[in-house]
Ligand binder design. Structure first.
Ligand SMILES: C[S@@+](CC[C@H](N)C(=O)[O-])C[C@H]1O[C@@H](n2cnc3c(N)ncnc32)[C@H](O)[C@@H]1O
Length: 296
């Protein structure tokens, strides 16, 4: 029987040869998955023998990864802001940079809830996550607000143009025990002619011509989750067009943008949202990442 170390060393060589930049991490995660333990269980047991059944399962997973499939789809799970999200080809794998949007969204909602007295009968704060995908933003925000005992004061909706993605978002909401606290809507951007106090969105923003150059793993993700049109900002521009009627007076929109899109985004917003205030927050890598638009 091969040991953990022997299997991993062979797997790392196989994945490096297939072009993975994260061969060791991928191999450890996949072996942990095949053994049904967490990653620490693998790296703390280098010399343990691995049974034939688990070794065969591991080889199968390894071949999927060598063919380019993302580790998150193979494992069926991705950690986002400390929460486990079920992921598959129905939706984009949540990215770490989107955690910045969630952090700012939580602050925005909390600030609104505590900045003025809210006597009984005050309408709930209306918040919507547009293009919810796996539900990473809406579900995480619901969990965070629930921990603060503030979720009752918020009417939180999650919308997507893809019914498949929305189904996955519902499954994740069920997994985090907040499905009954969220409204799920199939919509092209914003549903109907409603108004919201806070609009959140991580819409597709990759330029169409850049999609073939993305890492192979992205080819497993729905193209509708990535493709932002010729300049990458077409879907976002359509959302900006809707904001003047969709965002209530005094409300805000927090939108994720590409790290190289700050100037183009500022131009779009200046042309469409006259009189609105715009700030752009950077992510942990120092790149412009979240545009905060305030309706004065
Ligand atoms: C970049 S993914 C983001 C998914 C998720 N919010 C996240 O941060 O991981 C973009 C999502 O927007 C959805 N989408 C694309 N065009 C849309 C549209 N016109 N209206 C609503 N959703 C749209 C896609 O189906 C996809 O789920």
């Amino acid at each position: 029987m091969a040991t953990v170390r022997e299997l991993l060393d062979a797997a790392v060589a196989r994945l490096r040869a297939s072009g993975s930049d994260t061969a060791r991490l991928d191999a450890e995660l996949l072996l942990a998955h095949a053994l049904d333990v967490d990653r620490t269980g693998v790296i703390a047991n280098w010399s343990a023998p691995v049974g034939e059944g688990a070794a065969a399962r591991f080889r199968e997973l390894l071949e999927r990864r060598a063919a380019g499939e993302p580790v998150a789809y193979i494992r069926g799970v991705k950690e986002f802001r400390g929460l486990a999200f079920g992921v598959d080809e129905r939706a984009l794998i949540p990215r770490p940079e989107t955690e910045k949007l969630v952090e700012l969204a939580e602050l925005e909602v909390v600030r609104r809830l505590i900045s003025a007295p809210r006597p009984p009968g005050t309408p709930r704060l209306r918040v919507i996550d547009v293009g919810t995908g796996s539900g990473a933003i809406a579900v995480t925000l619901a969990v965070l607000l629930n921990r603060r005992r503030m979720l009752d004061e918020v009417a939180l909706s999650a919308a997507d143009i893809s019914e498949d993605a929305l189904q996955l978002a519902k499954e994740n909401a069920v997994g985090h025990a907040i499905a009954d606290r969220l409204e799920f809507l199939v919509a092209d951007l914003l549903p109907g002619d409603g108004q919201w106090d806070v609009v959140l969105a991580n819409l597709p923003y990759v330029r169409t011509d850049a999609i073939p150059n993305l890492p192979k793993a992205a080819s497993f993700e729905p193209v509708r989750a990535l493709d932002g049109g010729p300049d990458g900002l077409q879907v976002i521009a359509r959302l900006l067009d809707r904001l003047p009627t969709a965002v209530a007076n005094g409300g805000a929109a927090l939108l994720e943008i590409g790290g190289d899109q700050e100037h183009a985004f500022r131009d779009l917003a200046a042309a469409r949202l006259r009189g609105w205030e715009l700030e752009i927050e950077r992510d942990l890598g120092g790149l412009p990442r979240v545009a905060i638009l305030r309706h004065q």
